[in-house]
Ligand binder design. Structure first.
Ligand code: HEC
Length: 104
């Protein structure tokens, strides 16, 4: 009975976490849209379809990979300092781009 109760409590905890992270992802994508349109869309297109820069939809990078590329710069793309776009903002941009299409 005690073991059953523990499993039950763990399940409740997990579903609460799932519900919570669901909300976070939605909020992130919304923030990411704003950041993307302000900074990245000029070169990557308003919907990430590409323009002066390559398409970012479907997104082939993990959020941490995007942060690394953004900090280092790539080819014609200048490096983006934290003062311009924070790690969190880049993660939100990744969430937004994912929400536009995952390539499937
Ligand atoms: C001034 C134009 C410009 C802006 C603004 C810009 N980029 Fe880029 N970006 C480029 C170009 C050009 C490349 C291609 C570089 C290369 O491969 O030579 C690129 C490449 C990338 C790549 C690598 C794509 C790949 O798969 O090789 C990522 C990721 C990326 N940009 C993310 C961003 C994000 C996030 C922002 C907004 C914070 C942004 N870029 C803003 C021009 C831009």
């Amino acid at each position: 009975m005690t073991a059953y109760k523990q499993v039950f409590t763990a399940l409740i905890g997990l579903s609460a976490m799932a519900a919570f992270s669901g909300t976070t992802v939605a909020a992130d994508a919304k923030k990411g849209k704003e950041v993307f349109e302000r900074i990245c869309a000029e070169c990557h297109g308003p919907m990430g379809e590409g323009d002066k820069g390559p398409p970012l939809v479907p997104l082939l990078h993990q959020p941490d990979g995007m942060i690394a590329i953004a900090r280092a710069g790539k080819g014609e793309m200048p490096p983006w300092p934290r003062a311009t776009v924070s790690d969190d903002e880049i993660r939100s941009v990744a969430a937004y781009l994912k929400s536009l299409g995952d390539g499937s």
